[in-house]
Each structure stands twice: as C-alpha cells, then as structure tokens.
Design a protein around this ligand. Structure first.
Ligand SMILES: [Zn+2]
Length: 160
C-alpha cells in the first residue's frame, strides 16, 4: 500500500489493484441510476473536476467517468447545482475522520473536513463502503467523496 496525505487524512491505497477494478467496471453510478439529475451529471462531469483532482484520480487508479454514484443536493443559483458523489478505492484511512462527509447533508459541520480543490469542488474520505461496486467485495475500501458545483444542461426542467 502507498500512503499519501491530504487535508486531515493519511490514506493508504493500492492504485494498481484499484485501476484493475475500474478497468472492469461497465457503467457509472450516475448512468445506471437514470434519473434526470444523474443524467445531467453524466453529461457535464468533464466540466466539474479540476486538473488537480484529475491528477489525484489518475494516481489513485480511479477512472473519472466511473463514479460509484452521485446525489443531487440542490440548485444553488439558476443553472448551477450542487452534487455530492463518491468513488471507491482499494485502501484504508490510516489517519483522519472516518465518517461520510460530502454525501451527508450540507450543514456546514458536515463539510468542514473537506479539502477545497477550487471551482466549487471539495473532496474528502470516509470508510462508508455500502455503495461500493460488487468488484470491491472482500477488499479493504476507502471512499473518496466529493461535493461539486455542476451546470444544468439537461432539457428537463431544473429541479430545486
Ligand atoms: Zn439518480
């Protein structure tokens, strides 16, 4: 396992094994959900991640097109929506908070642990593994959570 530090966390990960698992995944959580906010996220996710986060994903072995899931948290301003989402990584939290952060409700307290990556994007880690794809079964898993602003481009009416 390789260790790295980010914000309040020290994370131990296995990027090669993680990369192997992502290579075998067929569809992202947003695409398999099929609801309108998830559909919208899948269409704009390339606008959401910063170069720093894409570098981190690459290093971790995570395919940015294959998030395990997203949740629409609400409209911030017309055309701009807040989402939480998560990716799973083979590894564990060596040091730092273990409880879900981004996907919890948006009370300020739930997000203070998150690392600001610019452009409305924040990331954090948790040990919550209930939403991990089957392929992670039997492996140690850490969840990379994010909270992001995304534009609304779907033709469907904007949700609140
Ligand atoms: Zn959905």
């Amino acid at each position: 396992m390789l260790e790295f530090e980010i914000g309040k966390w020290t994370i131990a990960v296995d990027p090669d094994l993680t990369r192997e698992i992502y290579a075998g995944l067929e569809t992202s959580g947003a695409e398999s959900c099929g609801c309108e906010p998830c559909f919208n996220f899948a269409a704009v996710r390339h606008l959401v991640y910063t170069p720093e986060i894409l570098n981190l994903f690459d290093w971790l072995g995570v395919d940015p097109l294959l998030e395990s899931g997203v949740r629409h948290l609400g409209r911030v301003t017309p055309g701009s929506h807040r989402y939480a989402g998560w990716f799973h990584v083979v590894g564990k939290i060596a040091k730092g908070p273990a409880t879900p952060v981004a996907a919890a409700d948006r009370g300020r307290e739930s997000v203070v642990s998150l690392v600001d990556s610019g452009d409305g994007l924040e990331v954090g880690f948790s040990t919550e593994r209930s939403l991990a794809p089957e392929d992670f079964r039997g492996l140690p898993v850490v969840t990379l959570e994010f909270s992001a602003l995304a534009p609304w481009i779907s033709n469907a009416p904007e949700p609140d």
